[in-house]
Design a protein around this ligand. Structure first.
Ligand code: CA
Length: 224
């Protein structure tokens, strides 16, 4: 992920360059897309730290862009809504936007929202550093050590990341595609069979210390 990088999806040149200028002055790198499809491509290729998304776009609207983004990524999204329409805000937050700013806005307000959303995400990142215990398995993200029933287990980097993600989401059914994206990354052009292979390795290495269930037609679930 590129640090302090922002993708701005906005079709109005004057607003886009004004906002970009302001954010750049604050030390962010900004790339601008003038329509939704280009915006999605930019996010895929640049993996920015945050996305600012206008609702009113010439092709697919900002809500649809946000919906599609959410299928692929948990990048923070701030929506720019044209009016102070409460429904826009509700829809925006329901589809997974993190915050919204109503036009016309003071760029300082937008910068403040950007900082606050990034701070919130940084806190979540720290949560991901917490040691975890599920069943007989203990995992420490700091030292990247895993123990099963008190014995150290040697995992490959991807096996470790997969186990970490399963433990963070223990009790939830996770699809193969979600696991592929979360563990192997957004741009990994892999096959979901990669997930199956790694799950089988984990099952072998962890023995009976924890159960990774197969959820038929979906993927996998780590039993709490
Ligand atoms: Ca617009």
């Amino acid at each position: 992920m590129a640090a302090r990088s922002i993708v701005l999806v906005e079709d109005e040149d004057s607003i886009a360059s004004f906002v970009a200028m302001y954010l750049e002055k604050e030390g962010f790198t900004v790339q601008v897309a003038a329509d939704g499809e280009t915006g999605l491509d930019l996010v895929r290729s640049q993996r920015p730290q945050l996305v600012i998304l206008d609702v009113m776009l010439p092709d697919i609207d900002g809500f649809e862009v946000c919906r599609r983004l959410r299928r692929e990524s948990d990048v923070p999204v701030i929506m720019l809504t044209a009016r102070d329409a409460p429904t826009d805000k509700v829809v925006g937050l329901e589809i997974g936007a993190d915050d919204y700013v109503t036009k016309p806005f003071d760029p300082r307000e937008l910068v403040a929202r950007v900082r606050s959303v990034l701070r919130r995400y940084a806190r979540d990142d720290r949560d991901r550093e917490r040691p975890l215990q599920v069943g007989g398995v203990a995992l420490d993200p700091g030292s990247r050590e895993v123990e099963a029933a008190g014995d150290p287990v040697r995992l490959t980097a991807k096996e470790f990341d997969l186990l970490h993600y399963l433990m963070l989401n223990a009790g939830l059914a996770l699809s193969r595609n979600q696991l592929l994206e979360e563990v192997w990354g957004f741009q990994f052009a892999g096959d979901t069979r990669t997930v199956d292979v790694h799950v089988n390795q984990l099952r072998k290495k962890l023995g009976g210390a924890v159960t990774i269930e197969t959820v038929r037609g979906v993927g996998y679930k780590l039993r709490r």
